[in-house]
Design a protein around this ligand. Structure first.
Ligand code: ADP
Length: 637
């Protein structure tokens, strides 16, 4: 029979499996059992609505069979099975899900770091880590004929019709011969298999059965009495034994599950190699009765902030999974939460469209949202380091959540925020900021820019910090939308250091500033004409501390926002006009003022240089760098 070739990328993965030096080869069993369980899920689901299937939930099982003489291990299921085309499709091509991500990661890591295998569902091909030849016998539900798929590795596979009396799939592994380092024959030992099932597949909802050899004390034949001096005799017998406990962890009472069990369930189920930061076990009886088990991951998946990431919780109805990612169970701003919801109150043959408007789901989702929020606030209070880890991973999502939908969710989310406090030199909440405000401080001050060190240089910051006022430094591009959306927090309004009136001056100071502005009228005009078109106006500011000048944007939009929109949508981006603020008390400006009448050419050079310095301080590019250096050199020579 002609051999068919694997698709190129599958071949590569297969190669890797065959030559694997990976130490956790045992996970192949978990993978095959998961596939079997998925196949049963599909048929079990069908059976609920289709009388013809003729199987009840209790009839489904996964069987492990061992043939020690021939070195064969079989994983057998009575699930949906595969047609000939499906065998070619599914087993000849690398699958979309777990294995594909695995491959992508491999490409990134140059295939050298084989250790990452364990982080992913590597799927069917993992069988080649332990087997020379893999044979799959399958008959699809609804078909009368079976098919056999067989492969001994990268040189290809064959598919042919075969005898199969029952619906379902047998995966038969011809185990590799033992070597000095590797005892593949251990996968024929019943205790090894039993342990592996317990370790990796305990929550599989169908019985995983195996014929086990056991021993028992021989019964004393009738009529005889026990002779206490005689050593008791034992006999061996075999018995089909269910190896897994089957009860899904979310169905168990909280007190019966350890933290380790919760964590390991998460890692197995969601293919994360990092421990979750928190789990939330929910059991509700009432208007809707359901159980849920939710997790807050420690790290964002690599595709989290892309369109590829699909949010949602797994939805079960009485132990049967009906949807892998039910989006309606979780609001967008908590889309990082993973987990399962199990409710008997949903009709099983409900369509996806109907699910969307399902009242029960809405109740569950509202309730879960509250639980997640409460859990996060607890973490913020009691486990700050973990919370900071959470916020580093998903804070951006929370911020988007506040800014989106016209701020509709701001009340739920504002207390989850963390910003960098210039005074405390660490991340703090808005509440912590407001609680620490000195009596004289009336506003929440913030500054937005690319780096903390830049922000520390802002003249306005120095003025505030001299007064003992804290400033929140915002360095992420979405940050600036937060004060705009919230408007106030605890009845305090937000003031942007580089755009807003900081409200720091006393009445006398204000009056002095007005007088200075009047006295500087001609000087301000001089700046505007000299800097022709670069600034919209010049003004006197009492807030500049030791700095001579500073640039602020005209109108409500900041330079950071201009940059952000420039990045996101260059065509629509608006231009922000610049206002040059000057410090009339600064010696350089005093000098400039006399130069305007005494040496206007020199005064113009001063104005140009001061403008360039203001650009630097505002973290804006100098438009003509070589003209600027020429100017400086001219003055120095
Ligand atoms: P994944 O499980 O990540 O999709 P696998 O490589 O493990 O990838 O499996 C590929 C596909 O082969 C599965 O998605 C499924 O469609 C099919 N398959 C594997 N094992 C079985 C089985 N026991 N019964 C039915 N279909 C199966």
């Amino acid at each position: 029979m002609a051999k068919k070739q694997f698709k190129a990328e599958s071949k590569r993965l297969l190669d890797l499996m065959i030559n694997s030096i990976y130490t956790h080869q045992e996970i192949f069993l978990r993978e095959l059992i998961s596939n079997a369980s998925d196949a049963i899920d599909k048929l079990a689901y069908l059976a609920l609505t289709d009388q013809n299937v003729g199987l009840n939930r209790e009839d489904f099982a996964i069987d492990l069979r061992v043939d020690k003489k021939l070195g064969l291990l079989t994983v057998s299921d009575n699930g949906i099975g595969m047609s000939q085309e499906e065998m070619e499709q599914n087993l000849g091509t690398i699958a979309k899900s777990g294995s594909f991500q695995f491959k992508k990661e491999l490409d990134k890591n140059n295939a050298s770091d084989v250790d990452i295998i364990g982080q992913f569902g590597v799927g069917f091909y993992s069988a080649f880590m332990v087997a020379d030849t893999v044979t799959v016998l399958s008959r699809k539900y609804g078909e009368t004929e079976g098919h056999m798929w067989q492969s001994s590795g990268t040189d290809g596979y064959t598919v042919s019709p075969c005898e199969k009396t029952t619906v379902g799939t047998d995966v038969i592994l011809k185990l590799k011969a033992d070597t000095e380092d590797e005892k593949y024959s251990r996968f024929l030992e019943q205790f090894e298999l039993q342990n592996l099932v317990k370790k990796y597949s305990d929550y599989i909802r169908y019985p995983i059965r195996m014929e086990m050899e056991k021993s028992r004390r021989k019964e004393t034949p009738e009529g005889e009495t026990d002779d206490p001096d005689k050593t008791p005799e034992y006999e061996t017998y075999t018995e089909v034994t269910t190896l897994n406990s089957m009860v899904p962890v979310w169905q168990k009472a909280k007190k019966d599950v350890t933290d380790e069990e919760y964590d390991s369930f998460y890692r197995d189920k969601f293919y994360d190699y990092e421990k979750p930061l928190a789990h939330i076990a929910v059991s509700v009886e009432g208007a809707v009765t359901y159980k849920a088990l939710l997790y807050i991951p420690a790290k964002a998946p690599f595709d989290f902030y892309t369109k590829d990431y699909k949010k949602g919780l797994q939805l079960y109805s009485s132990g049967v999974m009906i949807m892998d990612r039910c989006e309606d169970l979780i609001p967008d701003y908590f889309r990082f939460v993973r987990g399962v919801v199990d409710t008997a109150d949903l009709s099983l043959n409900i369509s996806r469209e109907m699910l969307q408007h399902n009242r029960q789901l809405t109740i569950i989702s509202n309730n879960l949202e509250k639980k997640i929020r409460a859990e996060l606030l607890d973490m913020q209070k009691d486990r700050r380091a973990d919370y900071e880890k959470f916020f580093a991973a998903f804070g951006r999502q929370i911020k988007f959540g506040i800014a989106s939908d016209y701020g509709m969710h701001k009340d739920q989310l504002q207390d989850l925020l963390l910003f960098y406090s210039a005074k405390e030199k660490k991340q703090i909440t808005l509440k912590e900021y407001v609680d620490a405000m000195p009596e004289a401080q009336k506003h929440i001050y913030f500054a937005a820019g690319e780096t903390l060190s830049r922000l520390e240089q802002l003249p306005q910051y120095q003025r505030l910090s001299d007064k003992g006022f804290d400033v929140l430094f915002m360095t992420e591009d979405v940050d600036e939308f937060i004060p705009r959306t919230l408007m106030t927090y605890a009845e305090k309004d937000f003031r942007n250091l580089s755009t807003d009136d900081l409200d720091l001056s006393t009445d006398e100071e204000k009056k002095a500033a007005e007088e200075a502005a009047a006295a500087w009228k001609d000087g301000l005009e001089f700046f505007k004409t000299t800097l022709d078109g670069k600034i919209i106006r010049a003004e006197v500011s009492p807030d500049l501390g030791s700095h001579p000048v500073c640039l602020i944007p005209d109108g409500g939009m900041s330079f950071e926002m201009e940059k952000y929109f420039q990045k996101v949508n260059p065509e629509m981006a608006m231009k922000v006009e610049k206002v040059l603020q000057i410090n009339p008390e600064h010696p350089v400006l005093k000098k400039l003022r006399t130069l305007i009448t005494e040496d206007p050419e020199q005064a113009k050079r001063y104005a140009q240089i001061l403008y360039a310095q203001a650009l630097i301080l505002a973290d804006l590019p100098i438009e003509d760098a070589s003209a600027y250096t020429d100017l400086i050199c001219g003055m120095m020579a």
